[in-house]
Design a protein around this ligand. Structure first.
Ligand SMILES: [Zn+2]
Length: 297
C-alpha cells in the first residue's frame, strides 16, 4: 500500500461502523434527536435521517461508510462535467466569482474541495492567487492537469496543509458531504486572515418548490439520503441552521442568499420560480444557498 492508499484507508476508517446508539449532533453536540421524515421502510433500512432537538440540523445516523471514501468520486463522477455541461459550469463559476469580488479585493484564495479545478482556473485568470485541495484523488489529478501544477489531495480538517493565511476561503457544496462539518469550519477559520471571507454553499433544506416538483414528477418524496446515490449528503441545513452553525464556529457578519447552481433547464426553471417565491415569502426557498461570513478581526 503506498502513502496515498494508506492515507485514503485511514480516512475511510474515520467512518463509524453501524452502531445502535444515536450519534451526537455534529453541529452542536446535543444528544437529543428525533426522526426526521420517518419512512415506513422495514429493516434492514438502517440509515436514519434525524433532526437535532437543539439546533435543528438534520443529519444521517449512523454515518454510512460508503459516503466517506474519496474513491467514491472517481472518473465516473467527473465525466458528466465535460463537454456541453462545462460551458454552463463556466458561466456558473463566473457568476459565483462576481459575488466574491463584490465582497473582497482580489488576493489569496483557497478552494476546499476544488473538484476538477475549473473554478480555480477561472479565478486565477481573473487575477486571484489560487490554491486548491481535494479529497478525491481523481479530482485532484484533474485539477492538477487543468492548472498545470500539483493540487493537494487530502482532508484539510485533519491535515496540516495549506496554512495560509488566505483572503478568501471557499467551500462550494462540500459541507453537506461531511459527517463532521464542524472541524472543517474550524480549519477554514484558522487559515483565513483576520477579516477574511468564508464562502459556504450548501443545498437548502427549505427547498419547498423543488420538493413539490420532484414529488409531482416522480411520485415520491425527494430523498435526503439514498444508498448508492451519486452524491450522498450527510448533513442538511436550512438557512437559519447554517447561520447559527457558522456563528457557533466563530464567524461573524453573516449573509445568506440563493446559490442558483442548477444546470439542467427544468431545474433552472423551478429554481427561478423559487427565487421569485423567496422574495414574496421573505424566506429563502431556492434549491441551494451560499453564506458569506468573516473571520473576526
Ligand atoms: Zn444540534
Amino acid at each position: 500500500m503506498n502513502d496515498l492508499e494508506q492515507h485514503m484507508a485511514s480516512l475511510a476508517d474515520c467512518a463509524r461502523p453501524f452502531s445502535p446508539l444515536p450519534r451526537d449532533c455534529p453541529a452542536c453536540g446535543s444528544r437529543q434527536t428525533a426522526a426526521f421524515r420517518p419512512r415506513r421502510a422495514p429493516p434492514p433500512a438502517q440509515i436514519a435521517t434525524v433532526r437535532c432537538a437543539r439546533c435543528a440540523l438534520v443529519f444521517v445516523d449512523p454515518v454510512p461508510s460508503e459516503a466517506m471514501q474519496g474513491e467514491s468520486y472517481g472518473a465516473d463522477y467527473y465525466e458528466p462535467w465535460q463537454g456541453r455541461q462545462e460551458r454552463s459550469r463556466i458561466r456558473l463559476w463566473k457568476r459565483r466569482l462576481a459575488l466574491i469580488e463584490a465582497r473582497s479585493p482580489r488576493g489569496a484564495l483557497l478552494d476546499i474541495g476544488c473538484g476538477d479545478g475549473l473554478f480555480l482556473k477561472i479565478a486565477r485568470a481573473a487575477g486571484w492567487n489560487v490554491e486548491g485541495v481535494e479529497f478525491s484523488p481523481e479530482g485532484a489529478r484533474r485539477a492538477s492537469q487543468r492548472l498545470g501544477r500539483p493540487v493537494a489531495v487530502g482532508d484539510l480538517a485533519h491535515e496540516d496543509l495549506l496554512k495560509g493565511p488566505f483572503d478568501v476561503l471557499t467551500l462550494w457544496h462540500v459541507l453537506e458531504h461531511l459527517a463532521e462539518p464542524a472541524p472543517m469550519l474550524d480549519a477554514a477559520r484558522v487559515r483565513l486572515r483576520p477579516g477574511g471571507l468564508l464562502v459556504v454553499a450548501v443545498p437548502n433544506l427549505d427547498n419547498l418548490p423543488m420538493q413539490i416538483a420532484y414529488r409531482l414528477a416522480r411520485g415520491r418524496r425527494l430523498p435526503l439520503y439514498e444508498k448508492g446515490a451519486r452524491e450522498p449528503h450527510l448533513s442538511h441545513f436550512s438557512p437559519s441552521v447554517l447561520a447559527a452553525f457558522l456563528e457557533r464556529r466563530g464567524y461573524e457578519n453573516l449573509e445568506i442568499r440563493a446559490d442558483r447552481c442548477a444546470l439542467a433547464p427544468a431545474k433552472r426553471a423551478i429554481d427561478a420560480g423559487a427565487a421569485v417565491l423567496s422574495t414574496l415569502a421573505r424566506r429563502l426557498l431556492t434549491d441551494a444557498m451560499v453564506a458569506f461570513a468573516r473571520r473576526p478581526r
